[in-house]
Design a protein around this ligand. Structure first.
Ligand code: HSE
Length: 465
């Protein structure tokens, strides 16, 4: 019996792909290899009619008959033979922006994996899409194959979200895993991530935390109805995380992950990216290699945590193709779930006032009174020490000292670190990372059984005793 869909009566969705790098090539492959299945599930054929990339000679084998070639992506955006332009070019301006804008202004829908572009120009691009009736989809821009945009925009559309937190950069997670578990150096691990096609063309975007900040800006926009913005995100990357930190964090019962967090608190909206210690048995701690994880906290429910491959050609192509299939089915959603004009800022929470427990690593000359000077500085700001690890060895001039504090404000911690750095007994500037207490489902494994679930009044931690 024939279903409701009669495929042949619907004209195909005509696709132009701008950019044939790792993700563009994987998208072309997937559309080709899974053509029948995609057509069946979308109820319509998806047909690539044009592609644009810089070097035609590199892509000759992929270009089938009937696909038009363009050297300049901007030229395919206004084509009357195209319904949707897939923008898989990096950068937050230049060709990526021009192609996206031209396509939207011409009423063509756009599917993109470009998080920097969406985090920088998301509001304006949404306004153009709304004006022309085009769709602007960006599932592939955050967390690769994990359907987190759809979850926030559609599945959780009726919920009040209080926080979104996750491992959003596959390259950093890969590097931290390879240093911690396989003893690679930072440079070796980064090289591997580049060879596997996870890293950005400019790797400082990954390792210095900016890529995570772009993605966090998009998630926060969807979760809280605010305009995407990353300039107000406090950002620290993973360059200061050493194998020593991974080792000592493990001794304390934690793993180190680069987290992006957006959380509504009674002080306002916190947005920060940085290396954090997370309890060893938590979902985040066990999200390794190139995997990403995103935990969404809803005011009245337990958190949703989604994990999956966050970077690389195939996982990202899978998200691109899912967006294309939604377009083929005729689904229509606003890019950020509400009209661009209704996106309104929430007052930011000052990071300096944020209370956290901290992990600190310092190198101290092995002399009498060295630790006393450190603890004196801590006591001046009422910073209470929870644990200390010092591993001295006879003959060593200096030793690493690891301190975990109880909760303290960031401003007090920064003040103390600045003072400690100036002590004569300190060999190098100390490193400090936040300790993130677990989400609800991990509470039993937490060393101090603190939970960030907020049943009434958002963002208030309470102690399970
Ligand atoms: N460079 C990014 C990452 C690619 O490593 O997560 C996916 O956005």
């Amino acid at each position: 019996m024939l279903g409701r869909y009669v495929l042949t009566t619907k004209h195909p969705l005509r696709i132009a792909i701008a950019g044939l790098g790792t993700v563009g090539s994987a998208t072309l492959d997937m559309l080709e290899k899974n053509r029948d299945l995609i057509c069946q599930r979308a109820g319509r054929n998806l047909q690539v009619v044009a592609v644009a990339a810089r070097d035609k000679t590199k892509h000759l084998q992929k270009i089938k008959n009937g696909i038009q070639w363009f050297d300049n992506a901007c030229d395919l955006a206004p084509l009357p033979t195209v319904d949707v332009v897939v923008v898989l070019i990096g950068g937050d301006d230049g060709i990526a922006l021009k192609t996206t804008e031209t396509a939207l202004r011409n009423g063509k829908s756009v599917v993109t994996a470009n998080k920097a572009l969406m985090a920088t120009h998301g509001v304006r691009l949404s306004e153009i899409a709304e004006e022309t009736g085009a769709q602007l989809m960006f599932e592939a821009a955050v967390a690769g194959e994990i359907p987190v945009i759809k979850t926030l925009r559609e599945a959780s559309a009726g919920d009040r979200i209080t926080s979104v937190q996750g491992i959003l950069n596959g390259t950093c997670n890969y590097i931290l895993t390879r240093i911690g578990e396989d003893g690679l150096t930072f440079e070796e691990a980064l090289k591997e991530a580049q060879n596997k096609g996870f890293a950005e063309a400019e790797p400082s975007l990954d390792v210095d935390g900016h890529d995570t900040a772009h993605k966090l800006a998009l998630l926060a926009a969807l979760a809280f109805g605010i305009p995407p913005s990353f300039n107000d995100v406090s950002v620290e990357g993973i360059r200061n995380v050493s194998s020593l930190d991974i080792h000592f964090a493990n001794e304390l019962g934690y793993k180190i992950k680069l987290l992006g967090t957006a959380r509504l608190t009674d002080r306002g909206l916190e947005k920060y990216v940085g290396p954090c210690l997370v309890p060893k048995h938590s979902v985040l701690a066990n999200t390794n290699d190139v995997l990403n994880a995103v935990s969404i906290q809803i005011d009245t429910l337990d958190p949703i945590t989604l994990t999956g491959r966050g970077a690389g050609g195939k996982p990202t192509a899978s998200a691109v193709v899912a967006d294309l299939m939604d377009l083929a089915r005729g689904s229509s959603v606003l890019p950020f779930g509400i009209p661009a004009a209704m996106l309104k800022n929430v007052s930011p929470a000052l990071c300096e006032e944020k209370l956290s427990s901290w992990y600190i690593r310092m190198r101290v000359f092995d002399k009498p009174g060295a630790l006393t000077s450190v603890s004196t500085i801590f006591s001046q700001k009422s910073i209470s020490i929870e644990s200390v690890i010092q591993r001295g060895q006879p003959g060593l001039e200096s030793v690493p000292v690891i301190i975990k504090t109880h909760e303290v404000s960031e401003s007090a911690m920064r003040w103390a670190l600045a003072k400690i750095s100036k002590l004569e007994t300190i060999q190098e500037t100390p490193c400090a990372f936040r300790v993130e207490e677990p989400a609800h489902e991990d509470c039993p494994d937490s060393p101090n059984r603190m939970c960030q679930r907020a049943p009434e009044g958002m963002g208030k931690p309470f102690n399970l005793g």
